[in-house]
Design a protein around this ligand. Sequence first.
Ligand code: NAP
Length: 279
Amino acid sequence: MKTVRFLSGGAVPALGQGTWNIGEKPARKPDEVRALQLGLDLGMTLIDTAEMYGEGGAELVVGEAIAGRRDQAFIVSKVYPHNASFDGVQQACERSLRRLRIETIDLYLLHWQGHHPLAETFDGFETLKKAGKIKAYGVSNFDLENMAEAQRYGTPATNQVLYNLMKRGIEFDLLPWARAQRMPIMAYSPLETSGREQAALLDNPGLKAVANAHGVTPAQIALAWVLHQDGVIAIPKAVDPVHLRANRAAADIQLSAGDLAALDQAFPPPRRRRALEMR
Ligand code: NAP
């Protein structure tokens, strides 16, 4: 499995697992726990969660899935912007640690920018780091200007943003900037989430043609394309074991120059700066 290295030196698999919409219904919990465990077995050991997902429910599912195998997992969680005061992050982090049943969160992100000053949030993150409650911190849904500001107040390890074949805006400015800094970008909704939005991606004739040529599904090509990008970590969410295995296999797909050109034609790269897209 391809790995992506943080500037601090640690490396993680380029393909992880998301948990949005997990932990919302008790009846689904056993399947969700099994899914995350299968993902771990398959080497997708980075698990992305947030206090927001299922209002703590997703962290509880993650905690159950990694019980007894903490060392195999790299846990990313996120604090709500309204909890991002100095004291707020200490308390939110403690709650997340309890739900996750772990001592340390590997990477703790500000979910999006809110009204608390970044300097204060990062001060809170640094204090958590010194106390061993988190190993590193970062941000999410930050555009280039937000990132420049963020770097004045601290050392975010990553920026987690929306990125997939249909949402390529970051290629114009944020992605090249991050690469120049050797800062990994975490691509969320790499399969364009679900429902109608996902259908618009997966039913694209250009994508289907590349998938047919490889004998794989359009989702696998969409994921392989995100994974092909340098310095990018993809965190698809999958509960269906067929999806999990397909996603793991997508990490081994080699896209040719011809495939990439066909995908550029179907999903043109940005020609000008666009406002950062988010969910
Ligand atoms: P996604 O991962 O792009 O898509 C998830 C959907 O795709 C699910 O319905 C899943 O179905 C399906 N799927 C997964 N693998 C598939 C495959 N191989 N073939 C066909 N369908 C497949 O969407 P997402 O959940 O929006 O984004 C991923 C993660 O990013 C989230 O879970 C969350 O951790 C993170 N995220 C972060 C932010 C942020 O603001 N920072 C925002 C959104 C998301 P099944 O579950 O039924 O298998």
